[in-house]
Design a protein around this ligand. Structure first.
Ligand SMILES: Nc1ncnc2c1ncn2[C@@H]1O[C@H](COP(=O)(O)OP(=O)(O)OP(=O)(O)O)[C@@H](O)[C@H]1O
Length: 593
């Protein structure tokens, strides 16, 4: 199954995370923690300390501005010109400090964000590409678009986790700083209830606390489905991008089929899912915004209402009214951190969900009965009681016992769909479904599929893949190119191009053989690796292979009769799935062991 199609998108949003809250929190902690205890921990912690330090300084400056405002309004009310000009100078100093702290904070924050992201990317890319997790996931590992999870989700996780947790810390500091001001200025509220006199000290602070808490609870009720909808939006967007990428990668095949219309229908359908889900996001955003805006407006009005009586009773000055109003809204703002961050939190929760799924998929080992062990007899590949199954458990082929000795060449034949490629997958350790044992001897093996992968880069990089291009000299590269009948490309060895798109399938197969000549493996597995070539070129390549790697053991999968003369042994998978060893193929004499 293809990567983006691993889990087709349902119309309804999938429900992220069925785990209980405690387990989910523990899983998120497992994602967040490793970086802070990694080899980069001291730099990370130093940068975090710098960000928190500048945050504290910024809050200190903001509190100074709060006092400054009180003095300013009192100076205006008292017509005190000297105090006015003095306050202007103070303000200038405050602005200078504030600008420096703000800039420094952004710088430290961005540096930390990128360090964390880079570390996470390194770890995730490593785990994705190690142990063939990328292959298992692509073949139906149950998660969609790993590229998006590594490229986007990790970035959101690093930046939003930092931003939101620092925002929360900042809110707590502000809450404390401004609560002190509100408490000291708001005085007591006295009233009688059922004949009993009640006095509430610092009542404005309590109003702010009650207001923010009730607002947060209400918002969680209104907006919690947004997490699920955000999660689904990311899946739809990723699927849409993936389909477009497939059009780009398969442009020629689509053009030959004149498949533009069909692709446009598919893309439209994928975008419709994006659009429909967006509608749900709009609905929830509308509710949240309506609530949010009303909450802010009422919150701005509330202190004006409750402070009036004290001002008219002459208990506080106009400057103190200003200071109290501002402090009240700061306390409310700090307490409302959850409300302001709600949408970001919803997105972050869905990102955590996606990354946890991805982690689980990478860690998952495929259940399978084929055991792959180290061969005891040097150079002998032993297959014992091997049966192959499809992933759903239905039988595919019964291979039985086989022994492939050093330098032997085997041809695997059978009708289309018999399981020939699957046998090679099992020998490569990529197919666990079935039973039996494969004892692989030490030595280097190389598997050539019908269409070999060509990485982005120079022709030399394509030729030397999977090794680094620096491992082989230019002379060696030119020589093997020539041996594979690609001498005409010698001048372009260092040219970077889309070689997978430019070379014909037959040329790509010749390039794959040139790779073999370069790497000189002990075991060669060829899965219809010459199917795109004419008979003459096929023979030339096999002859060159036998001449250049005389001691190598070769297992070829192929339908062509012309291949028989290069192989001394043949394994035939019959229509009933049973494999049997055929006698030496006709005309094999002279060319084989
Ligand atoms: N990931 C998979 N999930 C389910 N079925 C699979 C998967 N991979 C292969 N199969 C099925 O297993 C069977 C054997 O596939 P395989 O590629 O080994 O055939 P083959 O003998 O090499 O065929 P051909 O000669 O056409 O290349 C096919 O029916 C195929 O559809």
């Amino acid at each position: 199954m293809l990567p983006g199609e691993a889990s087709p998108l349902a119309r309804q949003p999938a429900r992220p995370g069925g785990l209980p809250l405690r387990q989910r929190a523990a899983a998120v902690w497992r994602l967040l923690r490793p970086y802070w205890v990694s080899e980069d921990r001291w730099r990370a912690r130093a940068l975090l300390a710098l960000v928190i330090g500048t945050d504290l300084l910024r809050t200190y400056v903001a509190v100074r501005v709060n006092y400054w405002q009180r003095d300013y309004w009192d100076a205006l009310a008292a017509h005190d010109v000297n105090a006015f000009w003095q306050l202007m100078w103070v303000f200038l100093v405050i602005i200078c400090f504030s600008s420096v702290f703000d800039t420094a904070r952004i710088w430290f924050f961005q540096a930390l964000e990128m360090r964390w992201r880079a570390w996470l990317t390194e770890v995730f890319v490593g785990r994705w590409l190690d142990g063939e997790a990328y292959y298992r996931i692509a073949r139906g590992g149950g998660v969609d678009n790993p590229d998006q999870r590594i490229g986007e989700d990790l970035q959101i996780m690093a930046s939003d986790s930092l931003r939101l947790s620092l925002g929360m810390l900042d809110s707590l500091v502000k809450l404390f700083s401004y609560s002190v001001i509100v408490w000291s200025l708001s005085g007591s509220l006295s009233f009688a209830l059922g004949g009993v006199g009640i006095e509430i000290p610092g009542y404005m602070l309590w109003v702010a606390v009650l207001y923010a808490l009730s607002g947060s609870l209400l918002l969680e009720r209104i907006g919690h489905p947004l997490v699920r909808v955000d999660y689904h939006q990311q899946r739809c967007e990723a699927h849409f991008r993936y389909l477009m990428m497939r059009v780009r990668e398969n442009a020629e095949q689509i053009a030959f089929y004149s498949g533009g219309r069909a692709e446009s229908v598919r893309l439209r359908a994928a975008f419709l899912a994006v659009r429909e889900n967006w509608r749900r996001i709009m609905d929830y955003t509308k509710r949240i915004t309506l609530f949010h805006e009303s909450y802010i407006e009422i919150g701005a009005f509330l202190p004006l209402l409750i402070i009036g009586p004290r001002y008219f009773a002459g208990e506080i000055t106009l400057g103190a009214v200003q200071q109290l109003t501002l402090s009240f809204s700061r306390v409310r703002g700090a307490l409302s951190w959850f409300i302001f961050a709600y949408k970001d939190l919803a997105l972050l929760r869905s990102v955590f969900q996606r990354l946890l799924e991805f982690e689980a998929a990478m860690a998952r080992r495929e259940e399978g009965g084929i055991a792959r062990v180290r061969g005891m007899r040097p150079g002998v590949l032993r297959v014992s009681a091997l049966t192959l199954q499809r992933p759903d458990g239905t039988p595919l082929a019964c291979i039985g016992d086989l022994e492939l000795r050093p330098g032997e060449r085997w041809l695997v034949r059978g009708h289309s769909g018999a399981g020939k490629s699957t046998l090679l997958r099992a020998l490569a350790g990529l197919w666990p479904h079935g039973s039996g044992e494969i004892a692989m001897p030490p030595g280097r093996a190389m598997f050539l599929p019908q269409r070999s992968y060509l990485p982005v880069g120079s022709l030399r990089a394509c030729l030397c893949y999977p090794s680094d291009e620096q491992w082989f000299g230019v002379g060696e590269c030119l020589e093997v190119l020539d041996a594979a009948g690609l001498g005409g490309l010698a001048a372009e060895l260092e040219v970077c191009d889309d070689w997978a798109g430019r070379l014909s399938p037959g040329e790509q197969q010749r390039l794959a053989f040139a790779r073999l000549f370069l790497h000189k493996p002990d075991w060669v597995f060829l899965d219809e690796s010459t199917a795109s070539l004419d008979a003459r070129n096929e023979s030339r390549l096999y002859e060159a292979l036998i001449r250049r790697l005389p001691g190598a053991s070769v297992v070829s999968v192929g339908h062509r009769a012309g291949l028989e003369r290069f192989h001394a042994h043949a394994l035939e998978i019959g229509a009933d799935g049973a494999a049997c060893i055929r006698p030496r193929p006709e005309g094999a004499q002279g060319m084989n062991t």
